[in-house]
Design a protein around this ligand. Structure first.
Ligand SMILES: [Fe+2]
Ligand SMILES: [Fe+2]
Length: 209
């Protein structure tokens, strides 16, 4: 894909987010075939809120990776970022499938989060590929930390959501390491902390709306 193709691809991602098109997974959800323990109404509500947050997180991942791919200076970096976005599409599809099962809806603010993430990704890429990949590393580290917190909060009876998050945690850890091995530069700690605080704004909002 060239720059224009990538830009169109990124815009297509926004349209899909706005129209809430269900993404197609390449691999079946790890939640399929999970133990089906009965859940109380409160547990279903809690799980729905948490999985809405994780779904929005994956919308952000699409925005970030697509934005970064448009302005990557090295074609190999651009290709790796497009590839990563394709892998993240599975995460998005699994979260969406689970949301549907829990009778919950995606966040109303998803188009806004996609756009903001796309701009952030594009901005990082415009600085340099090294910073852009360092940004991926820092983001994935934050996501991994966040997923650990959610695994503590999810009801024990919600085996399907737990299996999805565990698989995502392993994938995000790998994505972060790959970004460093592709030449990413570890971002300064204060920047990483700022990113964590920014992400918290999204997670607390998306749990409700
Ligand atoms: Fe992901
Ligand atoms: Fe990831």
């Amino acid at each position: 894909m060239n720059t224009v193709d990538r830009f169109i691809h990124g815009f297509d991602g926004l349209l899909r987010t706005v129209t809430r098109v269900k993404p197609e997974a390449h691999n079946p959800s790890p939640g399929r075939g999970a133990l089906d323990d009965p859940m109380t109404e409160d547990e279903i509500k809690l799980s729905g809120g948490l999985m809405r947050v994780n779904h929005t997180g994956e919308i952000c991942a699409q925005g970030l990776y697509n934005g970064q791919a448009v302005f990557a200076s090295n074609p190999e970096t651009a290709e790796a970022l497009t590839q990563a976005a394709a892998e993240e599409l599975d995460h998005l599809a699994w979260c969406r499938e689970r949301l549907d099962e829990l009778g919950a809806k995606p966040s109303l603010l998803d188009p806004l989060w996609y756009t903001a993430s796309f701009a952030l990704g594009a901005g990082a890429a415009l600085i340099s590929d090294k910073i852009s990949l360092g940004f991926v590393h820092a983001t994935e580290k934050n996501v991994e930390r966040h997923l650990k917190e959610h695994l503590k909060r999810l009801p024990e009876s919600d085996h399907a959501s737990r299996q999805i998050l565990k698989r995502m945690r392993d994938d995000e850890l790998r994505h972060g390491e790959e970004a460093l091995s592709q030449g990413g530069e570890e971002l300064p700690k204060p920047v990483q902390r700022l990113m964590w605080e920014g992400a918290k704004l999204m997670t607390t909002t998306a749990e409700r709306i």
